[in-house]
Design a protein around this ligand. Structure first.
Ligand code: TA6
Length: 300
């Protein structure tokens, strides 16, 4: 690690600042501030729980009912889903990476005011069922938020097959007032309709009921248009062939103990990753990088 463990740390002359704290539930976290924005990251799950540009509403949604308990997922922000997505028999949902406490390897405030931090998933018993791998996660906070999940197959002779997903929860003014563009023409697995495969025919997607869709072979940029907040959230990605869109709506919200009954009204998940038929098979020694850039701009 290249900076001290406590107090406020910044490279001399740099404008970015990193503060190490005990967050909710006394879980260790980092608060980052830059000339343009602020962010919060918990070591558990290397979980970005907030990114906010100055003079804008938060970009990420974080549930008021979230647990902050060691070994349990945080509800909201950006869970790192790896090495599997969804249910896996006998194992938990969405992999173990989101509930492990990641090692903080580097904190790098840059002269231009941005701040990058790098985490590594530590060795853990759950990983021993998989081909040996390393997982690094680089988070860069500036005018936008850039996330890079870097998986390397450390085996000399075996493939490593996995799924990954940056399960971003976005804050919106009103779920019925927003629309999502960039999905038209794509095929998706509809989890609300028993995984039946459908084709997106809408130019922009509007949400008026539970939506849980895995868009396949979806490599393009997606935008959330939010007229009441007067902003666009742009999700730009590389190394990702799947986009997942989720809003639990009323009944599912009530089933989730760590999510408020009405909170579905002001969130939407638009997630970038490689899941289902887009899972990744990495040859021995190879590396795969999933990069997601989240940015906002004014909607006029
Ligand atoms: O990405 C959408 C999804 O897979 C949904 O099916 C939904 O249940 C959600 O993730 C949340 O999963 P979680 O395990 O965090 O409750």
């Amino acid at each position: 690690m290249t900076t001290s463990q406590s107090g406020t740390t910044a490279a001399p002359g740099a404008l970015g600042r990193v503060t190490f704290l005990d967050g909710q539930g006394e879980l260790p976290m980092l608060e980052i501030s830059t000339p343009w924005s602020s962010a919060a990251i918990y070591l558990q799950g290397a979980h970005v729980t907030q990114f906010k540009k100055k003079d804008e509403p938060p970009m990420l949604f974080l549930s008021q009912c979230s647990r902050f308990v060691e070994g349990q997922p945080i509800r909201g922000g950006i869970p790192v889903v790896f090495p599997w997505f969804g249910q896996r028999e006998g194992l938990g949902q969405h992999g173990f990476a989101r509930v492990k406490t990641w090692d903080l390897k580097e904190v790098a405030p840059a002269p231009d005011g941005s701040v990058s931090v790098r985490f590594r998933l530590p060795a853990c018993p759950e990983a021993s069922d998989f081909t040996p791998f390393t997982a690094d996660y680089l988070v860069t906070v500036s005018q936008s938020l850039t996330l890079q999940l870097v998986i390397t197959n450390q085996s000399n002779d075996a493939e490593f097959t996995f799924e990954n997903c940056l399960h971003s929860y976005f804050e919106v003014s009103d779920i019925t007032a927003i629309s999502v563009s960039g999905l038209n023409g794509l095929n998706y697995l509809d989890k609300v309709a028993h995984f039946v495969e459908q084709t997106e025919t809408n130019e922009t997607l509007r949400i008026a009921s539970e939506v849980d869709r895995v868009y396949q072979n979806a490599t393009g940029t997606v935008e959330i248009l939010d007229p009441r907040f007067g902003r666009i959230i742009r999700i730009e990605k590389h190394g990702s062939a799947s986009t997942v869109v989720w809003n639990p709506w009323t009944a599912k919200s009530r089933q989730m103990p760590d999510f408020g009954d009405e909170e579905f009204e002001r969130m939407i998940c638009v997630e970038a990753g490689n899941v289902a038929s887009n899972s990744i098979s990495l040859p021995p020694g190879a590396t795969s990088t999933l990069t997601v850039k989240l940015a906002t701009e004014t909607l006029t």
